[in-house]
Design a protein around this ligand. Structure first.
Ligand SMILES: Cc1cc2nc3c(=O)[nH]c(=O)nc-3n(C[C@H](O)[C@H](O)[C@H](O)COP(=O)(O)O)c2cc1C
Length: 320
């Protein structure tokens, strides 16, 4: 098997929908996914998403322009709908004529009419089958179903990727993207066998060379072992994070019976920026998923995409 055979395109409904070589999507992550990461992933044949959640409208516009200048392949943006500035991000997305929009964290119906009339390709991220069906009903082109292993903010129901994806695949007609705990070709293959048409990967790309996350964050992800990730704030809004001093504080409070108000105070605001972007593990949150245990090096986005694709084809060809 030569190298070109191992890098041949992987055709699925998702790669066809977005016009990409491989159905591998880099999650649009706050404080980690700027133009450098998204353009590198798109250049490598996946789909890079600029994480708009941590940007104001004009910064977001600059990232879109820089991404477009850096790559002549499809790329998209992620807009968490619950954020106050989501309408501004949406406006910039349209003004800059971005053609692929991933939304999350909010009611898909709110965005549906606008996105459908704008003629963009639209996917929305959900943690349950019920919500996946609502996304389909709202007219989305694809659904991202995200298991509770995922990095960052999670659903309250705690359904794992392994159980969520086959149920979502059975229920949906539109293409399905699996997310949560997928960090290499093995997770990629497993997700496809479970019924997904593509995967969205967060934690491994957050620790890549092109990610704008702080070196302390990347080092913490790479050094994390299987037990080094904590799903905190389960009663107020679950967030998966690497076990830093701050995460330990969250854990002690929860296990010590802290009430909702106390937890909300501990959650505070700006923890993601402090942790992911400024590298402060004492007071900031290092948002990452359980797949941190699988991330062993800080690598380029291109090497990560290659690892997924070559591993995929090796396995497929060997089982033919
Ligand atoms: C640091 C970090 C920040 C994230 N920020 C966002 C975000 O702003 N919007 C969003 O839809 N998902 C966000 N996510 C979730 C990812 O897009 C992706 O769905 C998830 O990380 C997949 O699971 P994995 O981490 O196991 O690969 C974030 C994840 C991480 C690790």
């Amino acid at each position: 098997m030569d190298n070109s055979e191992l890098l041949q395109p992987i055709k699925t409904r998702i790669s066809q929908l977005f016009g990409i070589d491989y159905p591998i999507i880099q999650g649009g992550m706050i404080w980690a996914a700027g133009w450098k990461l998204s353009s590198a992933v798109s250049k490598a044949g996946g789909l890079g998403l600029i994480g708009g959640g941590s940007m104001d409208a004009e910064l977001f516009r600059r990232h879109i322009k820089k991404c477009r200048a850096a790559v002549d392949k499809p790329f998209g943006v992620n807009i968490p709908l619950m954020y106050k500035h989501a309408p501004d991000l949406m406006r910039v997305t349209m003004e800059e004529e971005v053609k692929i929009v991933f939304t999350s964290a909010g009611n898909p119906k709110k965005a549906a009419e606008f996105l459908k009339s704008a003629g963009v390709q639209w996917a929305h991220c959900v943690p349950t089958v019920k919500m996946a069906l609502k996304v389909q009903d709202a007219g989305a082109d694809a659904v991202v179903a995200e298991g509770t292993e995922a990095g960052g903010h999670n659903g309250f129901d705690g359904i794992t990727t392994f159980c969520l994806i086959p149920q979502a695949a059975d229920a949906l007609e539109i293409p399905l993207i699996a997310a949560g705990g997928i960090a290499d070709h093995r997770g990629f293959l497993a997700a496809m066998i479970l019924g997904a048409d593509g995967v969205q990967v967060g934690t491994r790309f957050a620790a890549s060379i092109e990610s704008s996350a702080h070196e302390n964050y990347k080092k913490a992800v790479v050094e994390a072992e299987d037990t080094d990730v904590y799903l905190g704030f389960k009663s107020v809004g679950p967030v998966s994070m690497v076990k830093t001093a701050y995460a330990e504080k969250v854990k002690q409070s929860e296990w010590g019976g802290a009430g909702i108000e106390q937890l909300k105070e501990l959650y505070g605001s700006g923890r993601g920026r402090l942790g992911i972007f400024l590298g402060d593990g004492e007071e900031g949150m290092f948002e990452a998923g359980q797949s941190a245990g699988l991330v062993k090096n800080i690598e380029s986005a291109q090497d990560i995409v290659k690892d997924f694709v070559q591993g995929y084809w090796k396995k497929i060809k060997n089982s033919e």
